[in-house]
Design a protein. Sequence first.
Length: 228
Amino acid sequence: MRTKVIYALSIFAALMLVRNLYVIFLGLPDEKDQGAIYRIIFFHVPSWFTSFAMFIVSGVASGLYLWKGRQRNDELAVAATEVGTVFVAIGLATGMIWARIIWGIWWTWDARLTWALITWLIYAGYLMLRRGIDDPTARARLSAVFNMFAFTSVMITYKAIEWWRTQHPAPVLTIRGADGLMDPLMERMLYLNWLPMLALAVVLVMIRMRQEGEQREIESLRRMAHAL
């Protein structure tokens, strides 16, 4: 059943992405101020949406592990964290490319950008922590506690452009009737392009959960062999 879901979501993501790419590059006009480069927003913003969604899932799974102690929740937490960390990297990379064209620089220590980088480093630290602990129970418990605190950085990243008005532009998806509001067709495409990214993230999480479960079984067999 899981394999069928993975195949179905993969096909959906591929077809949806091909359709979206056609519309993004051939159906939508250039933006009046930024020209063609604005199209990177259709990948930059959905990448952040996807990473935040993955970190929410990861945080909830870690909380459930601390409450119930089920290994399945720990597998979900690490899988979602890995995928979320990848999408943060995509968000940072596309943001840097966009900034180079619009601002003339690859990077600036803007509040939103800085906290986004801190968030990536924190979750990278979570993954490094797991590799440094051999005992599976201690690894899962300590990682879950770390993960619960790590989500604070996600919230700070999300709210940074509201708390500190610096280089990064204000959000345009929630401002109605303001100058610079994104065209409805462009805004609709932004959310439509989030769907295949989210589907791809779910596929990757399911694959990583399966791998994590298999790795746990291998570790168990290895410990049994060492005990003999």
